[in-house]
Design a protein. Structure first.
Length: 592
């Protein structure tokens, strides 16, 4: 059995060469806020906001099995349709278990619309214990209420949203609970056949049986001479699952027939759905640990083909497998193609895959300025426009996988700081991590992260799930006088959530030489095991209106809206256009 240290040692020549490339390739640009005020800062307000449920996951100082290391995801999720984001935190357990009725459970926090949250877990009926992993959201039965799916090591849980603040566990009835032995991880609702009903994709990590799984002493399994949990190299990889929505509240496993099982890699973690080749059909990317990552290209006939290796987004720049965790997409250079950011293991860098068109990628990690840090281990990640200037920035949440690294003086620690990269508008990014407030710079044992505007002040906040610690709620305080718009999609022929819709936002700010065209998609799941706000957010900079807003629905319908007012949420119904708007006070912190 290969220890993870052995796998890393094989790849070290890449990273030493990459470091040399980094010095030669980094741009001379400096962050716009370098030496001054960035105009945006992040503050962890979780405790004062009422997020008081600790996430329990494995042993705090020593882990026996890899199961204790992966942690949980988190969702920004407006479950009650009041226009304010609520928070669902997946929780875990410990090997030794807990006394009856004292087990940790997942938690649902309702937004009180005043910066605080109330724990409504019991009332909502979503208290569930076990080795929780990922979470994704979507209206699978098209009744107007987004439903909730949670993955587990063991059986998954599908909660039907009853529309009255409560949920019903329909996992077995719907046919998506799965088998007890599965280690389910990232998930996403996706209408892969564009029939108007949301299907469900679930990644799987390892076929793990704790009764026979190796323990640290058995190898021994070592990380820099310290005994740690064994795997994943040497362990049997899990098999990803695709469930087809039958339209009657049930799903059918079509993993084999659709080609999902015919992938080059395994050990699946983060899941992303996105139309990466611009053909109007959703593709599926899976960040794999220690093997080639997967890009399932949608063949438009109910089948998928893994093209990640030939597409250039499966491996490191010199063709080696990486330990992928989280995955996110955005068009960071405004060329009309969705690019990818993937987080990887310590000793490596994140991967920035620049989409050249047609799902052909080049690794731009070092040339774009993301190759300077190899000491951190990345999990949750996301493209998001932190300063509302109309260009996607990048946040990476870090934390080591092994609590035993606290014995080592050479490591960055178990709790690690985050990395925040500002988009410089020229294909390059600047590391502004120490200019963006304590929410970014203070270390934490991070795992899943979700992006959304919980206080509806027009900037994007971040909620982070941690390991054996309290969650973080990173409130974005934006002082720049930039405009924005959010779009909530309501499908009619397409799925009711509008998941898979491609949005284009065109503006022309005063003094700018040409129009500014951004794209994004309504997406279930993503990052590391997490769910972002289903409302699509565009930062608009100084633009005073949206000249053109296009919504390309999965059904093929295109709605074109013109001269849309800024600083509001618009509800766009397929075939009808804007049916209502929701206005909030313009960012009260702007200009202060």
């Amino acid at each position: 059995m290969l220890s993870l240290e052995s796998v890393l040692a094989m790849a070290r020549p890449l990273w030493s060469r990459a470091g040399a490339q980094q010095k030669a390739a980094l741009p001379k640009d400096e962050a716009k806020g370098e030496g001054g005020d960035l105009g945006v800062s992040f503050l962890n307000v979780a405790r004062e906001s009422g997020l008081n449920a600790k996430t329990i996951f494995g042993g705090e100082h020593k882990n026996k099995y890899l199961l204790e290391t992966t942690g949980c995801g988190v969702a920004f999720y407006d479950y009650d349709n009041d226009g304010w984001l609520d928070i669902f935190l997946v929780n875990g357990t410990r090997l030794e278990g807990f006394p009856a009725r004292s087990e940790p459970t997942s938690h649902l926090f309702r937004n009180n619309r005043d910066g605080t949250f109330t724990d409504v877990t019991a009332k909502a009926g979503v208290a569930h214990s076990g080795w929780g992993q990922g979470v994704c959201v979507g209206d699978y039965d098209n009744d107007g209420w987004d439903d909730l799916f949670v993955t587990y090591f063991g059986k998954n849980v599908l909660y039907h949203n009853n529309g009255d603040g409560t949920f019903t566990d329909v996992s077995q009835k719907a046919g998506v609970a799965g088998k007890v032995a599965r280690w389910n991880t990232g998930c996403a609702f996706v209408d892969y056949d564009r029939d108007g009903r949301l299907d469900l994709f679930v990644a799987n990590y390892i076929d793990l049986d704790l009764a026979t799984a190796p323990v640290p002493e058995s190898g021994p399994c070592l990380y820099k001479s310290v005994m740690v949990a064994c795997g994943p190299p040497g362990l049997e990889g899990g098999k990803n699952i695709l469930y087809h929505n039958n339209g009657d509240g049930t799903f059918t496993d079509v993993s084999e027939a659709s080609g999902i099982l015919s992938a080059n890699g395994t050990y699946g973690l983060g899941v992303l759905t996105a139309d990466l080749d611009n053909d109007g059909w959703p593709d599926i990317y899976v960040a794999n640990d220690s093997t080639a990552s997967i890009l399932y290209q949608n063949k438009k006939n109910g089948k998928f083909q893994d093209i990640a290796i030939e597409a250039g987004c499966a491996l490191s720049p010199d063709g080696k497998p990486q330990a992928g965790m989280g995955i996110s997409a955005a068009d960071y250079d405004l060329d009309g193609n969705l690019d990818l950011i993937k987080t990887n293991f310590a000793g490596d860098t994140p991967s920035l895959y620049h989409n050249l068109g047609g799902a052909n990628f080049e690794d731009a990690t070092f040339t774009a300025g993301l190759g300077a840090h190899t000491q951190y281990l990345g999990w949750g990640c996301g493209f998001f426009d932190m300063d509302n200037d109309g260009w996607a920035d990048i946040l990476i949440c870090n934390g080591h996988v092994y609590p035993e690294v606290e014995q080592l003086k050479t490591e960055a620690g178990y709790a690690q700081r985050k990395l925040l990269y500002q988009n410089l508008h020229n294909g390059h990014f600047a590391d502004v991590s120490f200019q963006a407030g304590p929410g970014i710079s203070e270390p934490s044992p991070s795992r899943g992260a979700a992006f959304g505007d919980f206080d509806n002040d027009g900037d994007i906040d971040v909620v982070v799930n941690t390991v054996n610690d309290y969650p973080q709620l990173l409130r974005c305080d934006l002082k720049l006088d930039h405009n924005w718009i959010k779009i909530r999609t309501i499908g009619t022929k397409s799925n009711r959530s509008g998941i898979g819709a491609r949005l284009a936002c065109v503006t022309h700010a005063p003094g700018e030489p040409k129009p500014h065209r951004q794209i994004d998609e309504v997406r279930s799941g993503g990052g590391y095991f997490s769910q972002n706000d289903l409302r699509v957010h565009f930062g608009l900079g100084k633009a005073e209106k949206v000249d053109v807003l296009e919504v390309h629905w999965p059904s093929g319908q295109i709605d074109t809206l013109k001269d849309v007012k800024v600083n509001q949420v618009v509800f766009v119904k397929e075939g009808e256009g804007i049916t209502r708007t929701q206005q909030f006070a313009k960012n009260p912190k702007a200009g202060k």
